[in-house]
Design a protein around this ligand. Structure first.
Ligand code: TK8
Length: 372
């Protein structure tokens, strides 16, 4: 197997800090309301708007949940979070109050997970990719071309092996309450149409802070640059990166078409979201409230997944209307990409607990038989 220099996670985070320092001037306002860099203003706007919409108030509650996500308030993930709020507040008659934040107002995925560990924030719902920096087994979820379709993914995640992955977060002071869905990731860039594996050559692509992704894009000949989501729009605008990869809903709802010209339906990775709660906070809740937040995360997740899939399916035309050129990636081209990155999957699989890897792939196989 070819040995490659891997950007260490520490280095990746260092880079993010530098980029954050350079990019705090402009609000990355895409087509949608994305206020990642106007955090303070938005936090207060957001809470006022929210307070007006809720019949409950934080002052009357015994427990307050600060819940934050990286995506903006147009995204189905935020709708899911609002559904969680509604269910929890109603079920506890306002005794548990949920404050919702979007657009990285409380920090990026990694920072919010650290805040959960410290008990200074209660809920976040990251993509699983950055969770790898806390529990290494999560790397397996981000193997390119792993899940044949969304039903296979959900079957695996909602089965025993998925439960095991949720439980493994407890050692990291977090409680995994449910799987939500980000979806299949596609590539956009501002340089060239990408249809085949060869077309990745030389493209500087922002990746999530995840070594599997870094290695996979290197293998394809691209220059991957890990970066927190909150800095991505500015990074593309300023040309720090040529491109990025995310599901359609994100590409459209974050207004990426304003700074990107080419969209390729690569579908290269299925990206789950995982609903996380601070263990300190969870342990402080009475049993019946623990059950309520667990059920609410699950139920709101089902709603989020439904909305998310609809948007991921519908938004291609809207993206083209906004002027993006659609490069169609054939199954054959995808197979070639998959072959090129397979050594990366193998290499990471070797580093993980072998019993876990075996059981994981067996679960994938069984799920595939059920959802062809
Ligand atoms: C938002 C992220 C985002 C992810 C990424 O917090 O970083 O590209 O896809 O959705 O989790």
């Amino acid at each position: 197997m070819k040995k490659k220099a891997v950007l260490s996670v520490t280095m990746a985070f260092g880079l993010t800090a530098v980029l954050a320092a350079c990019g705090d001037a402009e609000n990355n306002n895409g087509g949608a309301d994305n206020g990642a860099n106007n955090a303070e203003e938005n936090v207060s706007d957001n809470n006022e708007a929210e307070a007006a919409n809720s019949e409950y108030s934080s002052g009357d509650a015994s427990y307050v949940i600060e819940a934050g996500i990286g995506l903006n308030n147009q995204h189905p993930q935020y709708e899911g979070l609002l559904r969680f709020k509604e269910i929890v507040e109603e079920a506890t008659d306002g005794d548990v109050y949920v404050e919702t934040y979007h657009s990285s107002q409380l920090g990026d995925d990694r920072e919010m997970m650290e805040a959960l560990q410290l008990g200074s924030q209660e809920v976040t719902i990251p993509s699983t990719a950055p969770v790898t920096n806390f529990v290494e087994e999560y790397a397996i979820l981000d193997f390119p071309f792993l899940f044949a379709n969304e039903d296979v993914a959900m079957e695996v995640l909602n089965g025993e092996i998925g439960d095991e992955l949720l439980d493994s977060l407890e050692d990291q002071e977090m409680v995994g309450l449910a799987w939500w869905e980000n979806g299949y990731r596609d590539l956009t860039n501002s340089t060239q149409p990408v249809e085949t594996a060869e077309d990745f050559q030389g493209l500087t692509i922002r990746t999530m802070e995840n070594e599997v992704h870094l290695e996979a894009f290197s293998e394809l000949g691209a220059n991957p640059t890990p970066m927190a989501f909150g800095e991505l729009f500015t990074g593309m605008q300023q040309g720090t990166v040529d491109g990025q990869e995310n599901p359609l809903a994100t590409i459209y709802l974050e207004g990426f078409y304003e700074v990107q010209d080419y969209y390729s339906d690569t579908n290269h990775v299925y990206s789950p979201f995982v609903f996380l709660m601070s263990k300190q906070f969870y342990d402080s809740l009475p049993d019946d409230y623990q059950e309520i937040v667990g059920d609410a995360a699950q139920e709101a997740g089902e709603f989020q997944i439904e909305q998310n899939r609809a948007q991921n399916e519908e938004l291609l035309d809207a993206l083209i209307d906004e002027g993006m050129e659609h490069s169609e990636v054939t199954d054959e081209a995808r197979e070639e990409m998959a072959e090129i990155v397979q050594p990366v999957n193998d290499q990471f699989a070797e580093q993980l607990d072998q019993d876990f890897v075996e059981r994981f792939f067996q679960a994938v196989e069984e799920a595939e038989e059920m959802h062809q």
